[in-house]
Design a protein around this ligand. Structure first.
Ligand code: GLN
Length: 192
């Protein structure tokens, strides 16, 4: 099992250390050839416009789309934005997930927050019962899911913060910034 982390910008190092903690081999992906022989790819949080521009500059757009059609891919925060089809503005997107995302939906940096989420799928997959503590930093909201995409988790008021479409995963929050490895374990199970 080998999981890549897109290492153009953002908190890719935190994802890599989470994966190492659960005993998974990792690769930092900066060029198309780094995708060879990977079982899955994580796109980290950061700034989605910057990640998109760099992906265009390094010739990664088509290789990433091609990879995501056949392999597990997970976007956290900015990564979720980059995976989506629609963000109501012009910026490079992979458009792999049939979700509509609203950037910075919770306000500015000072409006970042943390909350506990009940995520049935995650608890079932990991055989645990305690809620998942989620960290939101200038987070996007998943406005709506379409086609085969389904809601994985929502806040109490119904706003969607995690979605899954087959082997593709999007979370508004940052599992790589906690001590809870369950989301990474869940992703690895999708990749295998
Ligand atoms: N606000 C960022 C964006 O729109 C995402 C923030 C994050 O990844 N923590 O790209």
């Amino acid at each position: 099992m080998k999981i890549g982390v897109l290492a153009l910008q953002g908190d890719f190092a935190e994802h890599i250390s989470m994966l190492k903690r659960i005993g998974v081999n990792t690769v930092e992906v900066r060029l198309p050839e780094h995708l060879n022989f990977l079982d899955g790819l994580i796109i980290p949080g950061g700034e989605s416009t910057t990640i998109g521009k760099l992906a265009v500059a390094y010739g990664l757009m088509e290789p990433l789309k091609e990879f995501g059609r056949q392999h597990a891919m997970w976007g956290t925060c900015a990564g979720a934005i980059f995976l989506s089809k629609d963000v109501s503005r012009e910026q490079p997107l992979l458009g792999l997930m049939d979700i509509k995302v609203q950037r910075n939906a919770f306000g500015r940096q000072v409006d970042s927050f943390e909350t506990d989420l009940e995520i049935d799928e995650l608890m079932k997959a990991t055989g645990t019962e305690h809620p998942y503590h989620a960290v939101f930093i200038r987070a996007p909201l998943i406005e709506s899911v379409h086609g085969d995409a389904k809601i994985l988790s929502a806040l109490e008021d119904g706003r969607i913060v995690a979605a899954q479409e087959g082997h593709l995963l999007a979370t508004s929050f940052h599992p790589e910034l906690t001590n809870d490895t369950r989301f990474h374990e869940y992703f690895v199970s999708l990749a295998s």
